[in-house]
Design a binder for this molecule. Structure first.
Ligand SMILES: Cc1ncc(COP(=O)(O)O)c(C=O)c1O
Length: 382
């Protein structure tokens, strides 16, 4: 039997099929997917070109040891580097693994032991990633690593925490699980400059905010920053499990064969999924479409009484409410809309596919007005 107790709490639905931004259950009931499966499906469900690329690759070469070259992996790596402006890539299977590789690389490259991470940040559920994840670190004590936490967006606190023992600063350029929390403009550039002065590396965890989620290839670009190491995942294969640790040539030059590895990372199917996903993002102009969608969502939802703030950009927004988000998410679900929540109990997280039609935003707005108005009526009646 499927173990339900590990992993996130289950929603009371079973989805059997999807197309674009729509999902269906076995009875034919429809939902608009405004959560993208935890911010994954930028292309939406069942994109024919993506599906064909994986099927074709499965027939041609399904798997071979990662210690031989495969042209499809080389093409995927070249495309990913061109898209993000980074120099080299190591493919893994999940965001947590990308961060594990990043942390190992940074400590090895600098010869220093300490990592600085952000309060309220999230980096995954493996032990190294838990070690730099503020809340989970105490849940799983004693956690891994010599880690210092500083408040997100506070450059002075970061500068005070930096010293000659710090290998790297790891942060999400925009915090996802925390509720799409955007730092002050210029903060990430300040972090990068402080790292450079201190001989430390900047690891940008773009597993959630990167690869088009914010309407740009990397969220770091919004602050004009090129990190030393970047982790990406989620949207990289549009749901095919693949992630990557990207780095500069300077960081890559410190790595030696055998120091890290993975059985499946960058296997032919994963590489085909990456190549197709990035090609579709570019060919179908999904960065621009995602930006337009995000602007429409912000405009429509920001006007609704009960919505205090809409933050983020591209098809990735945090909607701050005047009441608990879980109840509102359940109300929206009843009306046929899937949305996410976050570790902030008052924030809904929206991460729809960039291909979501704009009229669906109007429908979501009507449903949210209804849910919030209904809750207000209920509160008034009580
Ligand atoms: C910023 C960030 N880093 C890392 C992870 C972990 O990724 P995965 O679940 O693929 O291991 C997540 C997942 O939500 C994330 O949001």
């Amino acid at each position: 039997m499927l173990l339900d107790t590990l992993g996130a709490g289950k929603l009371p639905l079973a989805i059997v099929s999807g197309e674009g931004a729509l999902l269906w259950d076995a009875d034919g009931r429809t939902w608009w997917d405004f959560y993208g499966g935890h911010a994954v499906t930028l292309l939406g469900q069942g994109h024919p070109r993506w599906a064909d690329a994986i099927a074709q690759q499965a027939r041609t070469l399904s798997f071979v040891t990662t210690v031989v070259d495969t042209p499809v992996r080389d093409r995927a790596a070249a495309r990913l580097c061109a898209f993000t402006g980074m120099d080299q890539v190591f493919f893994v299977n999940s965001g947590a693994e990308a961060n594990e590789a990043a942390l190992k690389l940074a400590r090895k490259a600098t010869g220093r032991p300490v990592i600085i991470a952000m309060e309220e940040g999230f980096h995954g559920r493996s032990m190294g990633a838990v070690g730099v994840t503020h809340h989970y670190r105490t849940q799983h004590a004693p956690a891994h690593g010599d880690v210092r936490f500083v408040p997100f967006g506070d450059l002075e606190a970061l500068e005070r925490a930096l010293d000659g023992s710090v290998a790297a600063v790891i942060c999400e350029p925009v915090q996802g699980m925390a509720g799409v929390v955007v730092p002050p403009r210029g903060w990430l550039a300040g972090v990068k400059a402080a790292c450079e002065r201190n001989g430390s590396l900047l690891i940008a965890d773009e597993v959630q905010c990167g690869l088009g989620r914010m309407g740009v290839p990397l969220a770091s670009m919004l602050d004009g920053v090129r990190p030393d190491i970047v982790s990406v995942g989620k949207g990289l294969g549009n749901g095919f499990p693949v992630a990557a640790c990207l780095m500069t040539d300077a960081v890559a030059a410190t790595a030696r064969p055998g120091e890290h590895g993975t059985t499946f990372g960058g296997g032919p199917l994963a590489a085909a999924a990456v190549e197709a996903t990035l090609a579709i993002v570019e060919d179908e102009d999904l960065l621009a479409r995602g930006n337009a969608l995000g602007q429409e969502m912000a405009a429509v939802l920001g006007r609704i009484p009960g919505v205090l703030e809409v933050r983020g950009s591209g098809p990735w927004l945090g909607v701050v409410l005047d009441r608990p988000a879980k109840i509102v998410a359940a109300g929206l679900r009843d009306q046929g809309f899937l949305v996410g929540t976050s570790s902030d109990p008052y924030v809904l997280r929206l991460a729809p596919p960039a291909v979501t039609p704009v009229f669906a935003v109007r429908l979501l707005g009507e449903a949210l007005s209804d849910v919030l108005g209904g809750a207000m009526r209920a509160a008034g009646a009580a």
